[in-house]
Structure formats: C-alpha cells, structure tokens
Design a protein around this ligand. Structure first.
Ligand code: SF4
Length: 439
C-alpha cells in the first residue's frame, strides 16, 4: 500500500521505508522553533531535565523568534524576551531574530515578526523536512510540502535536547480543490468552508493533505493561509506537495539542500472531499468558533465596530494587496487596524503598488489607521496596551484565524473571521459586506 505525503515525510524522518497511521515512531527534527510566549517555559524544562549546563542538540536548528508580546510595557512579557536573549547567547543560537530596540524597531535588521511567516521568509521552511514549533499554527509551513506541527513545551524541551520526538503517525484526510478561483474568493474562504464543513474537531490528530488544480495556481502565501488553519479543524498538520512555485519561493531564500516528497498514487486516505471552487461563496466564521460558518450573503449588513487585517493568517503581503484592491479610492467607515505579520511585510507596504499607488498610500487615503509594528498584536488579545486589542464588547471583522470568546481581548467582543476581501468590503460598508459588491 502506498503512503500519503505526511506518511512519506515521516517515514523518511524515522529512516523507514514505510509507516502506517497509528504507529508510534521516533522522528528526527530538521528544525525546532519557539517564541517569546513558550520559549521560556521550554527552556525551563530543558534545563531541568538535561541540566543547567546542557547544550541544545544543534545550535543551527533551534530558531528563536520573539513575536507575540513585543510592543508592550508589561513587565512579564518583557522578561520573557530577556530569557530568550540570555539563552540565545549562552547557546550560541544561530537564528535568533531579536528585537533590541523597542522604540525604533525599524532600525533593527534582526527583528522579523510573526514566527510562521518569518520562518518562511527566512528560508527555514523546506519541502520534505520536519518542523516542530511551540505554537499551534506551526502547521502553516505545511504549505511547503513539509511536516510541520505544533507541540507543547515539554515535547519541545525534549527536541531541544535530543533532536527527535516520539509521535503517532496521523491518518490523512484529503481535500482536493478544482476549478479556477473566482475573483471574489481567497484561500481564507476555502479553508473557512472546510472547517465549517468538518467542524473544529473534524480532523483531530489527522493530516490534511490539500491538492488540486486550484492549489497549483495559488501563491505560496495563499497556500500558507490554507495550511495555517489546519489546526482550527483539529488537524495535526496541513500539507501541500511542493511544485515549481514552492521551489521558486524557497530557492530565493536559502541554498540549503532538501528533498521534496510526494504522495504515492495508491496512497490510502481516511477520507477525500472534492470542492469545485466556482461553486463556493465568500465565507465568514461567526462568533465564537472557527467552524461557525456562514456565507457572507447570509450575514450581510450585520453592524460592526472595527476591522482588523493582520496575523500569520491574514497579515501577509498578498493579504494587504488584496485588501488594498478594494480600498483604493474609497473611504472606510469603521476604524481599520493594519498589522503586518513581519518586518518584510511592513516594508512591502511602502513598495508594493496597486494601480500605481503604494499600499501604504492607499490605506492612508482610505482612512485606515497607520500600520502597526509587526507582531502578533491583538490576534490573541495580549496585555491591555496591545495595539488593536478588543477591550470592549465590540464587533470586529478580522483576517485572523481564531474567534473563541476572549481571543482578541474582551470576552464580550465578537469576532467574525473573514478573508482580506470581505474584511476590506466590510470596512468600506461599516457593516459586514460582500466583496462581490465592491469588485
Ligand atoms: S499571529 Fe496570531 S495565530 Fe499567528 S502566531 Fe501570532 S498569535 Fe498565533
């Protein structure tokens, strides 16, 4: 029996010719990523279990990316950054994307921003490899044809010390998208459709293998949006086989060798769903769950208080380009927060253009708030002084990935998850709006 893409990668990572779902295997890690929220806890377990003077298994394979609670005066959040700094120095960690000057982040060439997008932009996400990260959206990197999954601090500490981890091989659910993307749909609509169809526990501990001609025509950033939210269906990982688009993206960022792997033609899948994208509509996830699916047309005109465009899911350069396409030459009617995922995305706002005008100019003229410094910001609430945090019982249309109660701050806040098109259309209307009315 052949293997799925996830099984192929895991078999290679445990030096076996074949694995089957349900087996427990020791997997070699190609990379371990941690950030300011889980890094200190991971480091604490690592030192407790491996010794105060222990060294990480490979100083070039542990990547530290502060991104969550960066621009805050919260003392505990700041202390977390210091712990990462001390550890990086002590261990000689090669890839530590520190922020050294909180008051002038633009001057610091090391700072990157949100870990999942920074990993991709720095060439750390490579086909055929295994990435573990102390963040549930580590599955984002599955877009590059790698096995990427979020793990807890204890597991991460074990990887830190040994470079391997015992995991159970997940069964694979296959999702095939066919047809040409209609101009009003984005990857976010597709993944919200899937999550709504199968539920937030519909893929628990399973791999989501995503393929089809529609995916082949997508940019890497759109593919990331799909894999990023595999966890919102409970998935262990999301994965898309590498193609020329993948190779072009990765090769522009790293010369490290990798071996792309592909599913066997006779692979056995737990299930297979096929979507014709020409029949899909713009989708939102209503409060308070990512699977609370509704067509935008069903919730159109719902009053809103603000729009938030940001995060690893919806704060990439193409997300801002897509929002700008709708906003150009028009005025927003509600406060519209812009939070670029990374420094690179932030810089792109001033160089990327839509019809001759930079994104930053389009946003400024349409009345959006000035783009914030790159970080997770209000995607997960954060300390009270976090940019864009929802401190009141307000309603937000957001390009982020989670809308459980309190996710963006106040438990009284209501968050509708949406594509950058739907978010921009809603900003212009001052209520939930269908992008088809603006395209
Ligand atoms: S942007 Fe949001 S979802 Fe992404 S890593 Fe940060 S907190 Fe998590």
């Amino acid at each position: 029996m052949g293997m799925t893409l996830t099984e192929k990668i895991l078999a290679k990572a445990c030096d076996r010719s074949h694995v089957v779902p349900g087996e427990n295997i020791w997997v070699k890690a190609d990379l371990l990523m941690t950030h300011d929220v889980c890094g200190p806890g991971t480091i604490g377990v690592f030192k407790r279990e491996f010794g105060q003077n222990a060294k990480v298994w490979d100083r070039e394979k542990v990547v530290l990316i502060p991104d969550h609670y960066i621009f805050t005066s919260d003392a505990r959040a700041n202390r977390n950054l210091d712990i990462l700094r001390e550890f990086a120095q002590e261990q000689g960690i090669k890839y530590f994307y520190d922020i050294t000057d909180l008051s002038n982040f633009k001057a610091n060439p090391d700072y990157k921003g949100v870990c999942h997008i920074a990993l991709a932009q720095e060439g750390h996400t490579r086909p055929g490899e295994v990435l573990f990260g102390t963040d549930s959206h580590t599955c984002n990197a599955g877009a590059f044809g790698q096995f990427a999954t979020g793990i807890g601090n204890t597991d991460a500490a074990f990887v830190m010390g040994t470079g391997k981890l015992l995991i159970k091989v997940p069964a694979t659910m296959r999702f095939t998208f066919v047809g040409e993307m209609p101009p009003y749909l984005l990857a976010k609509d597709l993944i919200l459709q899937v999550i709504g169809d199968i539920g937030v526990a519909g893929a628990t501990y399973r791999a989501l293998e995503i393929d089809g001609e529609t995916i082949g025509a997508m940019t890497m950033e759109e593919r990331m949006t799909l894999c990023n939210m595999a966890i919102e269906a409970g998935g262990k990982n999301g994965v898309i086989a590498a193609d020329q688009t993948t190779f072009d993206y990765v090769r522009a960022r790293t010369d490290k060798p990798f071996e792309a792997l592909y599913p066997d033609g006779d692979a056995s899948y737990y299930s297979h769903r096929i979507y014709d994208v020409s029949k899909l509509e713009p989708i939102v996830a209503k409060p308070h769950s990512p699977d609370n699916k509704a067509k935008v047309s069903e919730v159109k005109d719902t009053p809103i208080d603000r729009v938030y465009i940001g995060s690893c899911t919806g704060g990439k350069t193409t997300d801002f380009i897509n929002a700008a396409k709708l906003l150009k030459g028009k005025q927003v009617k509600v406060p519209t927060y812009l939070v670029p995922a990374t420094q690179k995305v932030y810089d792109d706002l001033f160089t990327e253009k839509v019809e001759g005008m930079t994104l930053a100019e389009i946003f400024a003229r349409s009345g959006c708030m000035e783009p914030a410094a790159p970080s997770c910001a209000a995607c997960l609430g954060g300390p009270k002084d976090t940019f864009g945090r929802m401190n009141e019982a307000e309603v937000c249309v957001s390009t982020t990935n989670r809308n459980f109660p309190g996710r963006m701050g106040s438990k009284q806040a209501q968050v509708y998850l949406a594509s950058p098109y739907t978010a921009a259309a809603s900003a212009l209307a001052g209520k939930i709006a269908d992008p088809r009315d603006f395209i």
